[in-house]
Write a protein that binds this ligand. Structure first.
Ligand code: CP
Ligand code: NVA
Length: 319
């Protein structure tokens, strides 16, 4: 394997990757899952990941921390008023300091611009661990889960039901498009992705010739799809809109009736945390079509592949 195409780069959005690079990361994650842990602990020996959290996290924090430990490296976490980028100091100064200690920086912050400023000044890779605009690590795990389930991505159909403008929806749709998956959104007009975004998805699909459409009927959006995906109705940092969103999205719950519109073999996906009884019923999230905990597990495998690709030349991995 030649030098990793991602060596030294940052991942702020899915579209920082080409279709080939996305595929390489997914293949690497699958390869790594088959490597015994005893053979993994030298891969990132002596490497340090700094993780900054301005917002709460369970999966992102723990999956990165356990993942890098399995590769022989270590993670250091700072949260809340331990760093306060943008108020205590500029993101540029923080990046220049952190790059002197660590091999990579992961940050979860509402403010995507702050993330871009941090990455712009950093001499080590910066990973977006969720911003208001994007959640690329989640999208990697999601595509990995779909590929494992179906053995392929190209030609599949995915429906995203709910807030089609949120971070998870946008990153998922971009990754799906790059991989040749057609997308339908089921959203009210207030939460519908823009026509420009839908056109961009088709463009990302390139030669795969995918479709990207939005419907106000959730049942129409889910018709005969292979994957039904939803997320909470109000994302972190937007809590002032909880009531407005709940009213607008009430009829966009993923329930048993909606799942019956999808293909018989369809899977149900959710990035978690879930608000049971709101965007999804217990019956669906706990049902046999649900793969939500495979997704949660795959956060770790996808991020291990990402760290290896950003920090090493991937020698020894024939992909
Ligand atoms: N899906 C996800 O990012 O979970 P956390 O918010 O718990 O990290
Ligand atoms: N859209 C959600 C995802 C949480 C992992 C949020 O931003 O809160």
């Amino acid at each position: 394997m030649p030098v990793s195409p991602l060596l030294g780069r940052s991942l702020l959005r899915v579209t920082d990757l080409t279709a080939v690079e996305l595929n390489t990361l997914l293949s690497l994650a699958i390869r790594l899952k088959g490597v015994p842990l005893r053979d993994q602990f030298t891969l990132l020996r002596g490497r340090t990941l700094i993780m900054l959290f301005e917002q709460p996290s369970l999966r992102t924090r723990v999956s990165f921390e356990v993942g890098i430990a399995q590769l022989g490296g270590q993670a250091i976490v700072a949260s809340g008023d331990e760093f306060m980028l943008g108020s205590r100091e500029s993101p540029e100064d923080a990046a220049r300091s952190l790059a002197r200690y660590a091999d990579a920086i992961m940050i979860r912050t509402y403010n995507h611009q702050l993330l871009e400023r941090l990455a712009g000044a950093s001499t080590v890779p910066v990973i977006n661990g969720l911003s208001q605009q994007a959640h690329p690590c989640q999208a990697l795990a999601d595509l990995l889960t779909i590929r494992e389930r179906f053995g392929t991505l190209e030609g599949l159909r995915l429906a995203y039901i709910g807030d089609g403008r949120n971070n998870v929806a946008q990153s998922l749709a971009e990754a799906a498009a790059l991989a040749g998956v057609s997308i339908t959104f089921g959203c009210p007009a207030t939460h519908r992705p823009s026509d420009a975004f839908l056109a961009k998805l088709v463009q990302l699909g390139g030669a795969h010739d995918i479709t990207a459409r939005a419907f106000t009927s959730p049942i129409r959006a889910a018709k005969e799809v292979d994957v039904v995906y939803t997320d909470i109705w109000t994302s972190m940092g937007d809590e002032q809109y909880i009531e407005r969103n709940a009213a607008a999205l009430l009829s966009y719950q993923v329930n048993e009736k909606l799942m019956r519109a999808a293909a018989k073999h369809a899977i149900f996906m959710h990035c978690l945390p879930a608000h049971r009884g709101e965007e999804v019923t217990d019956g669906v999230i706990d049902g046999i079509q649900s793969v939500v905990f495979d997704q949660a597990e795959n956060r770790m495998h996808a991020q291990k592949a990402l760290l290896l690709a950003l920090l090493t030349d991937l020698r020894g991995f024939e992909l």
